[in-house]
Design a protein around this ligand. Structure first.
Ligand SMILES: Cc1cc2nc3c(=O)[nH]c(=O)nc-3n(C[C@H](O)[C@H](O)[C@H](O)COP(=O)(O)OP(=O)(O)OC[C@H]3O[C@@H](n4cnc5c(N)ncnc54)[C@H](O)[C@@H]3O)c2cc1C
Length: 556
């Protein structure tokens, strides 16, 4: 990726075949698919790449066991379609970004024999639907085998369990890597560039987008032949910007997650709790040295502030603790995050959001020509983009060509093997923990990250003691990944904000001063950026009902 300043020069006042609005999973995948088909594309993101829903997923690459039950019980063809497509797309995600994904076994412990039988049959159907996309066959586990794999389980009444395979991924890094891959393919992208209006021809069709640079306040325009609206939960705002009379379709639903120290429930497998009191499933998944627990489901207004609340934490722990030998308390929570599912309805129905299918919808607005891609899941982002760009080719009046993304290995994935980290340890002066961390975040591009320390060996120092991320990642994030704020670095590029809110607060001054040197921030700007970030994390702690962390940045 070029720097933001360079990229702005390449975009302002230019003409593109296609503008994709929204740099989440869906928009970034659309941009990559279009550019690889030779469509000159610009990607506009109002905040940071993955700054909204796409870094707030449970990080599971899955068909969805819950959707299987709903497809069968409700004889629901739409749910069946979502499930089968996602089962096949799992394999493409695993193969196209081997550094950011891994296979993961999920265990469903059972306390009644009837449940074991029910699950066993259901998961055999899951395997069968996956066909050649099956990761590994599901299997019954005895009580002893279940406890061997999850020694922290509540043993009282346990009869056994069922294990099945899905995948796990790093959502924020996967998203940034999609954008990186798009720019390598020749596309242009900008973050902190909000589309605020459209320009139109005499026939009312969109001919250009008006963009506000959120960092400077400057306005600029870009001429375009087609526009894709991939703004997730905010899709209605762009649909209504194009044609104010269109009815709303989005039914955003908040989902919260918390992270706990992994030693509260040591396991290499994921735990699936098959039924919560409101009829959902809950996951507890090992994730980057933590236990990631989620999620909730609560309808919200589009654009609402999404915070993990004290009651979200109580809800998740109440269900998790049924399954644990040693209960967890809210004080164990080290961080959390929440996002809004971009659920899409017909515009008329009410009722529970958990009953809305996770399918996607492509809509072409006849009046303006705007193409909106709404709904879907992370797991199906590539297939959604493939279908959307077919529609774009129709709108551009060009011959429909095949998508090139099915086997397109993303940036840092070429040449990656599971033991790539060993090479990093051998060739570069870094610890084993840092080598593992870099390999899982940057893949074979890790060498580029470490090479920046040739300018200054101190950049090989950790960002904060006790965590494997090193300072050179901050410089790389600014120069090569368009990070513009401390949160861009800590939440989405490095991941420290997920590991620990408190450690992220400690890291803020180091990250702030490294960014200041790169972006020529004044002392005042740097201090304000650090204090603002610390306040933001303390606000997250407040909402979660956890004590604030005081630092020199907050002392007065
Ligand atoms: C709690 C939760 C758990 C989930 N877990 C999983 C999971 O485990 N596996 C899975 O497959 N899926 C999961 N999902 C679903 C998945 O995360 C989403 O389907 C996906 O991230 C949606 O991506 P998106 O690009 O459509 O939306 P977003 O990521 O929200 O991206 C839309 C982007 O548009 C930008 N934008 C908005 N307005 C403008 C404008 N005017 N100009 C420019 N840009 C604009 C926004 O800033 C935003 O970045 C989960 C979702 C949630 C909420």
């Amino acid at each position: 990726m070029k720097s933001r300043a360079e990229e702005l020069k390449n975009i302002i006042g230019q003409t593109f075949d296609l503008c994709v609005i929204g740099g989440g999973a869906t928009g970034s995948a659309c941009a990559l698919d279009a550019q690889l088909r030779g469509i000159r594309t610009v990607l506009m993101e109002a905040g940071d790449y993955a700054g909204a829903t796409s870094s707030a997923a449970t990080k599971i690459i899955h068909g969805g066991v819950r959707y299987l039950e709903e497809a069968i019980k409700g004889a629901d063809v739409q749910e069946y379609h979502v499930l089968v497509r996602a089962l096949h797309e799992r394999v493409r995600m695993l193969e196209n970004a081997p550094h950011l994904t891994r296979k993961l076994e999920f265990l469903v412990p059972s306390y009644k024999w009837i449940d074991v039988a029910y699950l066993d049959i259901g998961l055999k159907i899951y395997d069968w639907l996956a066909g050649p996309g099956r990761i590994s066959p599901s299997k019954f586990l005895s009580e002893e085998e279940t406890l061997k794999r999850m020694p922290g389980l509540n043993q009282k009444g346990l009869v056994g369990g069922v294990a099945y395979a899905d995948g796990q991924f790093d959502d924020a890094r996967y998203n940034v890597t999609l954008v990186q891959s798009f720019t390598v393919a020749g596309g242009n992208a900008i973050n902190y560039g909000r589309v605020t209006d459209f320009q139109r021809g005499a026939d009312g069709k969109i001919t250009g987008v008006v963009v506000k640079d959120q960092l400077t306040g400057a306005m600029f325009t870009v001429s375009v032949k087609a526009v894709v609206n991939a703004t997730g939960p905010l899709s209605d705002s762009i649909r209504q910007l194009a044609t104010p009379a269109v009815p709303r379709r989005m039914r955003p639903s908040k989902g919260a997650h918390i992270l706990l120290p992994l030693d509260v429930f040591p396991t290499e497998d994921a735990l699936l709790i098959p039924k919560t009191e409101d009829g959902r499933v809950l996951f507890a998944v090992p994730w980057c040295g933590r236990l990631l627990v989620g999620t909730t489901d609560e309808e919200v207004e589009a654009g609402a502030e999404l915070l993990v609340t004290k009651s979200d934490i109580e809800y998740m722990l109440r269900h998790l603790n049924h399954y644990l030998a040693r209960p967890v308390t809210p004080d164990d929570v080290v961080s959390g995050f929440a996002g809004a599912r971009p659920l899409v309805g017909s515009g008329e129905e009410g009722g529970d959001t958990k009953k809305l299918a996770r399918d996607d919808v492509i809509e072409v607005d006849a009046a303006s020509g705007l193409i909106s891609i709404m709904g879907g899941k992370w797991t199906t982002h590539r297939a959604m983009a493939e279908d959307t760009i077919h529609t774009v080719q129709g709108a551009l009046g060009v011959t429909q060509t095949d998508s090139q993304t099915r086997n397109h290995v993303l940036y840092g994935g070429v040449g990656f093997t599971d033991d790539y980290w060993k090479q990093l340890c051998r060739d570069k002066a870094i610890s084993e923990a840092t080598a593992h961390h870099l390999a899982s975040k940057f893949g074979t591009a890790s060498g580029e990250v470490v090479a920046l320390a040739r300018e200054n060996a101190a950049l090989l120092e950790p960002i904060v003691a006790g965590y494997p991320a090193i300072q050179t990642e901050v410089v790389y994030a600014v120069r090569k990944e368009m990070a513009a704020t401390i949160e861009d670095v800590l939440a989405r590029r490095v991941g420290l904000q997920l590991y620990s809110w408190r450690a992220a607060i400690e890291a803020a001054p180091v990250v702030g001063s490294l960014m200041a040197a790169e972006l020529q921030w004044s002392d005042g700007t740097t201090k304000a950026a650090i204090a603002g970030y610390v306040e933001r994390i303390n606000h997250l702690l407040d909402s979660a009902g956890l004590p604030r962390k005081r630092t020199s940045a907050t002392a007065d």
